[in-house]
Design a protein around this ligand. Structure first.
Ligand code: FE
Ligand code: FE
Ligand code: ZN
Length: 280
């Protein structure tokens, strides 16, 4: 089964998001847990969640991938910013239990001159503060492009964070195709090699979700500018190989391309067709 959908911009609740995704031809999606710039989250309505569960069941949805706000920086230099990251994550994880068993993805952070090693230590520390034995949500570290002082610019840095996390069964990785390409991993000419490297350093069993994006920039550019599928430097063929790869079966593929619902519907249709043609 191919699980594909887009990062929805709708913020009218779970059932509304699901309905829009179904209209787009998707069977998974991503969404911001709150305003991407932070701020207080809206209360979750249990009746809305119930309606959502019916829709997702009937339409055979895969796991959904909530996205933490961009402003969250678990390795900020200022402690008050780290307090915000800690409190936001803890609150988000509690809210995620309204829809048990899904994914919560976040950008590891930017070390802002403290050095990657200190960043890695601080990120793991926050994860150790917020992860609980009881949670059913898996927290995903996103692979980053290495723009500015981003931590998670390569597989080694993500591995280093994971090594310091106590509840390892509660964490995993979300691979962003634009970010790894911009980070210097050649998924166009050597997808197998990149996935082998991932397996050797992190372990493929930890790869839980993919952000499926084309990139406006060249391999290793460290820019992080997403392009529409087939309109960037990665291209439709290479992205089709990603969704068809045997190591990536059954995991959610999330489009974070610069589109509206009409554009995402088209991309989902194009990718489903490419998938079916390749797999038959
Ligand atoms: Fe992201
Ligand atoms: Fe992403
Ligand atoms: Zn990005």
């Amino acid at each position: 089964m191919l699980y594909i959908g887009n990062h929805t911009t709708s913020s009218k609740g779970y059932a509304a998001m699901a309905r829009q995704i179904i209209a787009n031809g998707g069977n998974t999606f991503a969404f911001f847990t709150r305003n991407p710039r932070g701020g207080k989250a809206k209360n979750i309505d249990p009746e809305d969640v119930e309606r959502y569960c019916v829709l997702s069941g009937e339409n055979h949805f895969g796991k959904i991938v909530a996205h933490a706000p961009y402003t969250l920086n678990a390795c900020a230099a200022k402690e008050n910013l780290r307090d915000f990251a800690r409190e936001t994550m803890a609150d988000d994880l509690q809210r995620m239990e309204m829809t048990p068993g899904n994914y919560y993805n976040f950008h590891p952070g930017s070390h802002v001159g403290q050095g990657a090693e200190e960043g890695i230590r601080k990120i793991a520390e926050i994860l150790n503060d917020v992860l609980t034995e009881e949670q059913t949500t898996t927290v995903l570290l996103e692979t980053m492009s290495g723009k500015g002082s981003e931590v998670g610019r390569n597989f080694e840095e993500l591995r280093a964070i994971m090594d310091l996390v106590e509840k390892k069964e509660k964490i995993g990785i979300c691979l962003d195709t634009c970010h790894v390409w911009d980070g210097g991993y050649d998924i166009v000419n050597d997808l197998d090699g990149v996935l082998d490297t991932f397996d050797r350093i992190i372990g493929l069993s930890n790869l839980k979700a993919v952000h499926l994006n084309d990139s406006m920039n060249a391999l290793g550019s460290h820019k992080d500018r997403h392009a529409k599928i087939g309109e960037g430097q990665i291209g439709l063929e290479a992205l089709t190989r990603v969704i068809c790869h045997p190591a990536l079966r059954e995991i959610p593929f999330i489009l974070e391309t610069p589109n509206d619902d009409e554009g995402w519907s088209k991309e989902i249709a194009v990718l489903r067709k490419a998938y079916e043609e390749t797999m038959k």
